[in-house]
Design a protein around this ligand. Structure first.
Ligand SMILES: CC(=O)N[C@H](C=O)[C@@H](O)[C@H](O)[C@H](O)COP(=O)(O)O
Length: 231
């Protein structure tokens, strides 16, 4: 798929991230849960799905006909990057046929010892026909990833690294700056309400991802139980 084709498919609509990690209430050893979330998203009019693990991606692809952003979250301590952190995860995702593969493009030390730019170039050389999204946390990382050849950048990790500003909601200033720089942006992370979503889309990113506020019931329930706790 071409960069502009994916951009056209998702622009003006919502990408829903459907993920449950081990230990989360919706995590299932045997699968079957995330495709239900994806079905709900599709019925609500979502234009794309973001999903973690080969299993979830395959199960989701079987029930909804929407473009997918695929990731594999895997820890390689002591290094911090965990979103598709090495070529091993990229190789696994390629086999699923997802439209876009997202991986960590922060400038933190990597498990494979490569620089982020070296890794991006290696990945693009190995898979020239695959679309890739750079999960970044700040403007410098966005710029470097785009210049190294990434098709899209995502604000996924903004507020989750030591090198980024920590805000309770979306980082509007970062979104604005990346869009203004002409970098194809998928705004993602900490969009918790329709009002926040509206503010983000007014900044005109290529695409926008909402996750936990739709697909993480523990997170959603807490927004209500917190009302009592704060009385
Ligand atoms: C930081 C990190 O690991 N983010 C993950 C990336 O895939 C997911 O856990 C998030 O749900 C996703 O980015 C969507 O964001 P939010 O759930 O805030 O709408």
């Amino acid at each position: 798929m071409k960069q502009e084709d994916f951009a056209r498919q998702v622009h003006g609509g919502l990408i829903v991230s459907c993920q449950a990690l081990t230990g989360e209430p919706l995590y299932s050893e045997t699968g079957g849960v995330m495709p239900l979330m994806a079905k709900a998203a599709a019925e609500a009019g979502a234009v794309g799905i973001r999903a973690n693990t080969v299993r979830d991606i395959q199960e989701i692809k079987a029930v909804v006909d929407l473009p997918l952003i695929g990731i594999i979250k895997r820890d390689y301590p002591p290094e911090q990057p965990y979103i598709t952190p090495t070529m091993k995860e990229v190789d696994e995702l390629i086999k699923t046929g997802v439209e876009v593969i997202a991986f960590d493009c922060t400038l933190r030390p990597r498990h494979d010892g490569k620089t982020t730019t070296e890794f991006i170039k290696e990945v693009k050389q190995k898979y020239p026909d695959q679309l890739f999204m750079a999960d970044i946390a700040n403007f410098n990382e966005a710029q470097q990833a785009y210049e190294a050849g990434m098709d899209f950048v995502g604000t996924t990790l903004a507020g989750y690294t030591a090198e980024s500003a920590h805000k309770p909601g979306p980082n509007y200033a970062l979104i604005k700056k990346i869009v203004a720089a002409g970098i194809p942006l998928i705004a993602e992370g900490k969009i918790h309400t329709p009002a926040e979503l509206k503010r983000v889309i007014d900044l005109n990113p290529v695409g926008v991802v909402v996750g936990g506020a739709i697909t993480r019931p523990l997170q959603i329930a807490r927004t209500f139980t917190r009302v009592f706790a704060s009385k």
